[in-house]
Design a protein around this ligand. Structure first.
Ligand code: ZN
Length: 69
């Protein structure tokens, strides 16, 4: 599971931790880890500030291998 560090970004609805559930060339799809919120939405790869670009390559590699076979 790819979790977004709380210092880099949090849920837009409840400020809980996010996990990355999908990625493509232009976006990351994130989901709130708070089960009562469960918000999910797309963000741009640089959405997480200075740390953002560390997530997108990881996500592309992760989902490229495991989801897009
Ligand atoms: Zn939330």
């Amino acid at each position: 599971m790819l979790l977004v560090d709380l210092n880099d970004g949090v849920c837009r609805s409840c400020q809980s931790q996010l996990r990355i559930i999908a990625a493509d060339d232009a976006t990351l799809t994130v989901e709130c880890t708070n089960g009562e919120c469960a918000d999910a939405y797309c963000v741009e790869p640089d959405a997480f500030g200075d740390g953002g670009m560390k997530y997108w390559p990881q996500a592309m590699a992760h989902f490229g291998e495991e989801t897009w076979e």
